[in-house]
Every structure is written in C-alpha cells, then in structure tokens.
Design a protein around this ligand. Structure first.
Ligand SMILES: [Zn+2]
Length: 131
C-alpha cells in the first residue's frame, strides 16, 4: 500500500501496515540507533553525489533551453513597428519637411511600403478563423 513517510514525506510502497518510514529513512534511523556513524556518513556522501549530479543535469538542461530560446528568437519574425510610431516616422521624414530631398523621398517611399505591408498582414490575420 502507498504511504507517506512520517520522516521525509516521500511516498513509498509499504509492504507491511506497521511501516511508517521509507527505506532510506528507516535505514538512517537504524544506523543512528546502532551508533553506525560510518554508514550515516557514507549515506550522506552518496546523497551529496546524487544532488551534485542533479545540479549538473539542471545546468545541462538550462544550457539546452538557452540555446533553443536563442534559435527561436533568431527565427522569429521581426517585431512590427507600432502604427502610431510608423505614422510619426512618415510625418517626420516627409519630403515637404526636407526640401524634397532624394533621401527624404526614398525613406518616405520605403516607410509607406512597410506600412502598407503591415496593414495587409494585419488584415489577413484578422480574417483568419472567420471563413
Ligand atoms: Zn523517508
């Protein structure tokens, strides 16, 4: 029957109704009762080793998560320019403000192209799921 260890709280399979401790806790209690400090020390060293292995595994997994997150970020589409910012950019670069310079014409044309592309993209996204 499954039971909760009264010492560490771990769930363990108790084959006898009188068993209240999981095996590691029972073993440690016996060793303590017998004054077997060597056995207790050995168990604590084993536990430290297991913990250190678990920490290494956590670091390994963190590394994988970090690498995958970077890969995802690289493949993600660029953030769209917020519409109000886009409008300000169009206004600020307008050829009327810059003596109709070639540069202001080029930048404005490019910005208008981006704005149209972005609006077309938003329209197509809004239409998804309604057909
Ligand atoms: Zn226990």
């Amino acid at each position: 029957m499954l039971r909760k260890c009264t010492c560490c709280g771990a769930t363990f399979d108790a084959d006898q109704p009188w068993k209240l401790l999981c095996y590691p806790c029972w073993r440690a209690k016996k060793d303590a009762e017998n004054g077997d400090l060597g056995a207790l020390t050995l168990r604590s060293i084993k536990a430290e080793l297991a913990l250190s292995k678990a920490q290494d595994e956590i670091e390994r997994l963190k590394g994988i998560i970090h690498r995958e997150a970077k890969r995802w970020a690289k493949n993600a589409p660029p953030e769209p320019i917020p519409p109000d910012l886009m409008n300000s950019m169009v206004l600020l670069c307008h050829p009327d403000r810059h003596g109709n310079s070639a540069a202001s014409n080029r930048v404005t044309a490019w910005l208008l192209q981006q704005r149209a592309r972005q609006q077309a993209h938003e329209r197509s996204e809004n239409h998804q799921g309604h057909g």
